[in-house]
Design a protein around this ligand. Structure first.
Ligand SMILES: Cc1cc2nc3c(=O)[nH]c(=O)nc-3n(C[C@H](O)[C@H](O)[C@H](O)COP(=O)(O)OP(=O)(O)OC[C@H]3O[C@@H](n4cnc5c(N)ncnc54)[C@H](O)[C@@H]3O)c2cc1C
Length: 440
């Protein structure tokens, strides 16, 4: 009999298992995959993601093999915003959500999942969790309406049963736990992006860059093995046409969104792997917990990749869930009290506002004139650029940055006018051009 069985051993599951085991609980974590292995992800971590790794004592291990940097460049229709997330906003984030602000770092990195997930799995094992890979869960054991364990198959075909006080579904967006329990999806957002990415060696741009033009976007971020994760994305309604010539359209999209990046990739880059892609990233929420079970990570909330936040949210959920379960497992709170506290944090107004922010961005509508003017108004105001980047990354609340009084202040303080930016010169014609599918 375990205290907890965790299904899934990646960002959400290995982290939850490690944190519970470190608090002295008896944990079994299983995954049908073996490690090290990759999973569909462009694996970018914002500073709070990096801070979680630091809080858990794992960041040095990651940084020993992964480049990091402390400035981020966002370019929207030619309007460049370069900044860093302020340490004070990071500290506030951790104090608000977790009650302490230890381990805050301001850096960013893109860590291949075959590197990161292996580190997490090893950390879970080192903390005392029993890790079983190549173990596919096939059934949930239910008694009196409560999940009490799992039945799964090992690599050599043996069926094994294990029991626990709680089963944690950290089994990703197509969660076996959620499907078996017939859990509903809600607040579904079918409009999303298609995304294609690959890895280039041959150049070093120093910092991570995200560019957006019209309905298309691209990102180039340094990653492990002296390579650059290079990604393009656009509205899913254009994906069918994009797929007709993936390598050609990949370069076409880069050239359209950022001619400079397009040229770097074309002239200096050597592609090291095939181009990976995904078409369906429709967002949804599922219930957080029920009798004998909790969901963490993508299993509970899946969102489009356009703000690169899923892994960091999985870390956040691992800390919140393990803290709640610890209170219950030690008798400090009933399961209902512990889960209510967890749910209040996860279902806060901020969380709802950010979910909406991501899902709206994922529609990839061209930026409106007023949104572009806001980006211009931010230029020259480093404090607000930094706060905008923190807001985009779900470190500072969406509701605070975008509240009317802040926008009025920004407008008063604007140092630059829109004149000189090509996008404003013939906005109507540019907007019409942006609506046309360039891959058709
Ligand atoms: C194209 C794309 C790009 C992305 N880019 C980023 C990014 O740049 N930054 C970022 O933060 N996030 C990104 N994300 C999101 C991020 O990848 C996910 O949020 C993250 O992987 C979720 O972690 P998880 O542990 O919840 O689930 P997963 O990583 O999906 O892990 C679930 C695990 O459960 C196991 N499992 C499932 N069913 C069973 C079963 N029945 N028995 C045993 N094991 C089982 C699976 O084998 C798997 O290992 C991206 C997502 C996509 C689609």
């Amino acid at each position: 009999m375990y205290d907890a069985i965790v299904i899934g051993a990646r960002c959400a599951g290995a982290s939850t298992a490690m944190l519970l085991a470190r608090q002295g609980h008896r944990v079994l974590v299983v995954d049908r995959a073996s490690f090290p292995s990759d999973v569909i992800s462009t694996h970018f971590l914002w500073p709070h993601g990096m801070s979680y790794l630091n809080r858990w004592g794992l960041l040095d291990q990651v940084l020993a093999v992964t480049p990091s940097y402390s400035t981020m460049k966002l370019v929207n229709d030619g309007i460049e915003l370069t900044g860093s997330v302020p340490a004070e906003l990071l500290r506030e984030y951790f104090r608000d959500l977790h009650g302490d602000d230890s381990g805050v770092v301001q850096s960013y990195a893109s860590v291949r999942r075959l590197v990161l997930d292996q580190i997490l799995v090893e950390a879970a094992a080192k903390a005392g969790a029993e890790v079983r890979t190549n173990f596919a869960v096939r059934e949930l054991l239910v008694s009196d309406g409560r999940v009490v364990g799992i039945r799964g198959r090992t690599l050599d075909g043996e069926l094994v049963e294990e029991r626990a006080r709680i089963v944690v579904g950290a089994d990703g967006r197509n969660s076996f736990v959620a499907r078996t329990l017939n859990l509903p999806k809600y607040d579904e957002r079918p409009r999303c992006t298609f995304a294609y990415w690959t890895y280039y060696s041959g150049f070093d741009l120093g910092l991570g860059q995200i560019h957006r033009r019209g309905r298309l976007a691209c990102a180039v971020v340094p990653t492990n093995f002296e390579q650059n994760m290079t990604l393009v994305w656009g509205p899913s309604e254009w994906s069918r046409d994009f797929r007709r010539d993936v390598p050609g359209n990949f370069q076409r999209a880069l050239d359209f969104v950022s001619p400079e990046l397009g040229e770097v990739v074309r002239t200096r880059g050597t592609r090291m792997e095939r181009i990976y892609g995904t078409l369906d990233q429709a967002a949804f929420l599922r219930p957080l917990h029920g009798p004998g079970w909790v969901l963490v990570g993508d299993a509970e909330c899946f969102k489009d990749q356009c703000t690169a936040i899923g892994m960091t949210h999985a870390f956040r959920d691992a800390e919140l869930t393990s803290a709640a379960l610890h209170r219950w497992l030690t008798g400090e709170a009933t399961i209902d009290e512990a889960m209510t506290t967890y749910e209040t944090r996860r279902r806060s107004q901020n969380a709802a506002a950010y979910y909406d922010y991501v899902c709206t961005l994922a529609e990839m509508r061209p930026y409106r004139h007023d949104e572009l003017q806001l980006f211009v108004a931010l230029r020259g105001n480093q404090q607000e650029i930094d706060r905008f980047i923190a807001t985009h990354a779900d470190i500072a609340p969406v509701s605070e940055f975008f509240q009317a009084s802040n926008l009025f202040q920004l407008n008063d303080a604007a140092k630059e006018s829109s004149a000189g930016y090509a996008i404003f010169e013939d906005f109507a014609a540019t907007s019409r051009m942006y609506q046309q599918n360039p891959f058709a």
